[in-house]
Design a protein around this ligand. Structure first.
Ligand SMILES: CC(C)(COP(=O)(O)OP(=O)(O)OC[C@H]1O[C@@H](n2cnc3c(N)ncnc32)[C@H](O)[C@@H]1OP(=O)(O)O)[C@@H](O)C(=O)NCCC(=O)NCCS
Length: 220
């Protein structure tokens, strides 16, 4: 099977980490799964352009480059913050006729694990060492960062992010666009409302309302 063309949206640090995941998937072979055509970014900084050069990766243009293609490659959104990832994702969806949507690539690093009866939505990315156990549902464009853990029977809705080394316990519900910060913990069964932010290192012991920012142990 030949490699599928892929564009990464966003050439910041997170997007370039996603590039590294694609390389790891390709190395794990039997044959490369993806051919990275390049990156698109509405506002690439000079430093990030240099970094792309060092990676040998092309900057193709702004995000509209992707949606304007007649025979479009698959894409993945390499943007860390859920609010920005969601804004770009909605723009991409809106720019295409419903009959011809773009294909969002689902990327799972070879060192990540996914347990039985779990569902990983289109466009979602599991970074190195991510752990998704059993009966987990990840929506579209969800990112589980390095060594992030999502326990049994948990749902992470569209555009959610679980930070590096963060742990979401079993039977939790993370509504759309939630950010769980680096090393944070969510106790079992808790619900985190849409677009809420859980600070780095926090321990969530009560449900978090939509849009709230909570931090500390216990998180307030
Ligand atoms: C909690 C958070 C959202 C607050 O952001 P903010 O409102 O810009 O916060 P500020 O930097 O202005 O700090 C406000 C106060 O909160 C404290 N604070 C900030 N982050 C904190 C955290 N994670 N835990 C405890 N206290 C924190 C600051 O020390 C400061 O305290 P002070 O008023 O007594 O000086 C942010 O600091 C955070 O933790 N984000 C998560 C980032 C992350 O892990 N991303 C994942 C990467 S993939």
């Amino acid at each position: 099977m030949s490699a599928q063309d892929l564009v990464i949206v966003g050439c910041g640090g997170h997007g370039r980490e996603v590039f590294g995941i694609v390389e790891a998937i390709n190395r794990a072979g039997p044959a490369p799964a993806w051919r990275v055509v390049g990156f698109v970014d509405d506002d690439p900084s000079p430093a990030n352009k240099d970094r792309l050069d060092r990676l040998g990766a092309a900057l193709l243009g702004a995000v509209d480059w992707l949606t304007g293609q007649g025979d479009p490659p698959a894409y993945v959104i390499g943007i860390g913050l859920p609010a920005y990832r969601r804004a770009v994702g909605r723009r991409i969806d809106a720019a295409r006729p419903a009959a011809a949507p773009l294909v969002a690539a689902t990327l799972i690093h070879p060192s990540a694990t996914v347990g039985p009866d779990s569902r990983i939505g289109a466009g979602s990315v599991l970074f190195a060492g991510a752990r998704v156990t059993t009966d987990v549902t990840l929506g579209r464009h969800v990112h589980i960062n390095q060594n992030g853990v999502v326990g049994h029977d948990t749902t992470v809705a569209d555009y959610g992010s679980v930070g590096p080394l963060a742990a979401v316990s079993g039977s939790c519900t993370l509504d759309e666009g939630v950010l769980v910060g680096t090393t944070a913990a969510i106790l079992q069964g808790r619900r985190v409302g849409a677009a809420a932010t859980v600070g780095a290192g926090a321990c969530v012991v009560r449900d978090v309302p939509p849009g709230a920012v909570v931090k500390g142990v216990p998180a307030r």
